[in-house]
Design a protein around this ligand. Structure first.
Ligand SMILES: Nc1ncnc2c1ncn2[C@@H]1O[C@H](COP(=O)(O)OP(=O)(O)OP(=O)(O)O)[C@@H](O)[C@H]1O
Ligand SMILES: [Mg+2]
Length: 377
């Protein structure tokens, strides 16, 4: 049985809906080699969008080489350099032979011991050096430009989980190094995105940050309710089941059109639907989804201080004026001076989004769970 909804992975083709404008915009940035930072809260579809735009660009233009990497596991600049070299080499090579010749041509000078393996045609490069005792020269960062020049092509480097560099020990120094190298690459664009919105904003949006004004900042929006309606109705129909547009719209609305949750919720509802989806099936599916998240949310609350938890409750219940004595007293938030500290701490954890005076819980189901379950405890 083919389940028509997907979540928790990069979605492509029929699983990917809308984002026409963003796809065109990003594709335009690839073609014009505009450096780009993509920023959004967690699970709104950054990685999927990049995948989609790369596919679209590849279909139209053959003279762009794409290099993709996810630096989630990198903990030091050395690990970053090593992955950067490895991925750049692998992604510009179409076979083990070309990988070997590219590696000899471009990185043998910097990395003397290279091993190439070809496990089931997934060409892999082994750097063959212990990067701890043989640090890789930072000139490795110029590799994409060297390749672009030599091969007379454009190169687009896409780095996922880019906020990870904020965790490196000398992060500012490393960011300066990256920027210094990358700003001298006329034939390369860097597309940088990551799942921690607060950290990404810090790296790209702060005046003193080396990456300030690095390029285009794309703030991803949610997918509109109208698009979800169409998507959900079609996916039900394609599998011999049905749901009305109104009910599909209602479903997406319950999770505030959050891409990951809409797909998860729609799947829960679809699985419960024998033939025709009903309001009670949707309501049941929502409860079941909340139930499945219960432990995760309980554990999350355990990591917060009592005042932070109370603050989240207040935001969930729609409180606007946090410094009023009624609010401070009702939620036991202490003095009004505390509010900024609480706000900053929860922003840093990506639990809330603050736009001017407006404060929202980032995760729509956490909000619902707080109102429905937590406050009652
Ligand atoms: N365009 C889309 N159409 C349909 N579903 C989508 C779309 N984009 C994202 N989703 C849903 O959201 C989920 C998360 O997408 P993705 O991993 O691309 O987001 P992300 O922003 O990179 O997440 P993270 O912040 O965790 O890195 C997908 O598995 C899918 O369920
Ligand atoms: Mg992602």
């Amino acid at each position: 049985m083919n389940i028509p909804f997907a979540y928790g992975k990069i979605v492509e083709d029929a699983d990917f809906t809308d984002r026409t404008e963003e796809t065109a915009h990003l594709k335009g940035n690839f073609m014009s080699l505009t450096n780009t930072a993509i920023i959004s809260p967690r699970r709104w579809g950054k990685s999927s969008l990049v995948t989609k735009a790369i596919k679209a660009a590849k279909a139209e233009q053959k003279d762009i080489l794409f290099v993709r990497m996810n630096i989630f596991k990198c903990e030091t600049p050395q690990e970053f350099h090593s992955l950067f070299a490895k991925k750049t080499m692998e992604e510009i090579s179409s076979s083990a032979e070309s990988l070997l010749s590219n590696a000899k041509e471009f990185i043998a000078r910097l990395l003397p011991k290279l091993t190439i393996s070809d496990p089931l045609n997934q060409y892999e490069i082994g750097l063959g050096v212990d990067v701890k005792s043989n640090p890789i020269d930072e000139d490795i960062l110029d590799l994409p430009q060297q390749i672009a020049q030599k091969k007379k092509k454009k190169v687009v480097v896409c780095i996922d989980e880019f906020q990870q560099i904020g965790e490196f020990k000398d992060t500012l120094k490393f960011q300066k190094t990256l920027r210094t190298h990358w700003q001298n690459h006329p034939d390369v664009a860097y597309i940088l995105y990551g799942s921690k919105k607060h950290m990404m904003l810090h790296v790209f949006g702060e005046y003193n940050s080396p990456f300030y004004r690095f390029g285009d900042m794309m703030f991803l929006q949610k997918i509109a309710n109208e698009d979800w309606k169409k998507f959900i109705v079609e996916r039900f129909e394609n599998t011999g089941k049905s749901i009305t547009p109104d009910l599909a719209g209602y479903l997406a609305e319950q999770v505030e059109n959050h891409p990951y949750y809409v797909q998860q919720f729609a799947q829960y509802a679809w699985l419960r639907t024998p033939k025709t989806c009903t309001q009670s099936i949707v309501d049941e599916a929502l409860q079941s989804m909340l139930y499945s998240l219960n432990l995760q949310f309980v554990n999350l609350m355990d990591t917060l201080t009592e005042k932070q938890r109370s603050f989240l409750c207040a935001v969930s219940e729609g409180v606007k004026n946090f410094s009023s004595s009624d609010t401070l007293q009702h939620y036991q938030l202490g003095t009004s001076g505390n509010i900024r500290i609480l706000k900053d701490a929860l922003k840093k954890r990506d639990l809330i989004d603050v736009t001017g005076k407006d404060i929202q819980i980032q995760d729509p189901l956490l909000k619902r769970w707080i109102i429905q379950e937590y406050i009652k405890l």
